[in-house]
Design a binder for this molecule. Structure first.
Ligand code: SF4
Ligand code: SF4
Length: 292
């Protein structure tokens, strides 16, 4: 019997989900080999989507468009923006990690710290796996976050920001909108990490079931909630938004020291504003079209 032809969206979605759901590499790296990430979401956006140019204004002129990132990997590329697709994915934290983090008031538990450190290694392996599978099919692709030129830059709007924002890529690809704490609220909630690759392949874009970039946050939607602000141990969240300076100090200095001393591995993490909040595991706005 002939194998049923799958369109590129189904094929790429399946290869990402299969890897996350079956690979022994998807682990927190502890003795129990606990799973790092739950079943992922996958979305697609066009390389010539108008959002990419708008990020040069909203994030900073240093933020790459997909074609700029692609041409860093393939300098003789000769590629047009409309020939590119951004493949974006959302990796939800496991129930166990979220449960353990909900009860914390100052520092992350070991599971969350491991998800930030070893879980990002998993995310890197996933990016490489997707690139390898695309290459086998003759598709040129790059993972902007793995490019040697990838860096963090000072940003007027966000204090500092990256040359490629995985969360912005997920927003364009129909996977979520931003919350008061800057995290991306997805159909699986805000306790997630995200990743992406830019590929020279035509895939129908995922519809964006929102119009504004903050539609799924209760504070911006209806002026209620702010639970994430109450969760922050250093007052980095308020109705004005996310103050990255005290947040970064807590995450990169205080928590980093704590993680090394308490759990014995290098890393930085916090995650308190991503758990025990209405947007932790789903879209909190009732009637939102993306809500399960
Ligand atoms: S906790 Fe509430 S205010 Fe904060 S991001 Fe989530 S929905 Fe928005
Ligand atoms: S990550 Fe931690 S320090 Fe930063 S805003 Fe969230 S709760 Fe506050």
């Amino acid at each position: 019997m002939e194998e049923e032809w799958k369109g590129p969206a189904q094929w790429i979605t399946a290869l990402i989900r299969d890897w996350v759901n079956t690979s022994p590499e998807n682990t927190l790296g502890n003795e129990a080999r606990d799973r790092a990430w739950d079943d992922p979401l996958v979305g697609f956006s066009r390389g010539d989507d108008a959002c990419w140019e708008s990020f040069k204004e909203h994030v900073g002129p240093f933020h790459w468009t997909p074609v700029e990132a692609f041409l860093l990997a393939y300098p003789d590329g000769g590629v047009r923006p409309e020939a590119l697709t951004v493949v974006s994915w959302v990796l939800p934290q496991t129930k166990k990690t979220k449960r353990e983090t909900r009860g914390e008031k100052t520092y992350p538990p070991e599971s969350w710290a491991r998800a930030r450190f070893y879980g990002e290694v998993v995310n890197e392996k996933l990016r490489r796996h997707v690139l390898a599978e695309l290459a086998k099919a003759g598709v040129r692709a790059t993972a902007p976050a793995l490019l040697p030129q990838f860096s963090r830059m000072p940003s007027e709007a966000f204090t500092f920001s990256s040359t490629w924002s995985e969360r912005h890529a997920a927003f364009v690809s129909g996977l979520g909108t931003f919350g008061l704490s800057d995290g991306l609220i997805t159909p699986r909630g805000k306790a997630v990490r995200v990743g992406s690759v830019v590929a020279e392949i035509e895939v129908p874009p995922t519809p964006r079931p929102y119009t504004g970039h903050r539609d799924w946050c209760l504070w911006f939607n209806s002026g209620t909630c702010r639970t994430c602000a109450a969760r922050c141990p250093v007052g980095a969240l308020s109705e004005k938004g996310h103050d990255k300076i005290p947040c970064s100090r807590h995450v990169h200095e205080t928590c980093s020291r704590y993680i090394r001393e308490r759990f014995g591995f290098p890393g930085y993490a916090c995650g308190l504003c991503q758990t025990a909040v209405p947007c932790e595991s789903g879209i909190p706005v009732k009637g939102a079209p993306g809500r399960d």
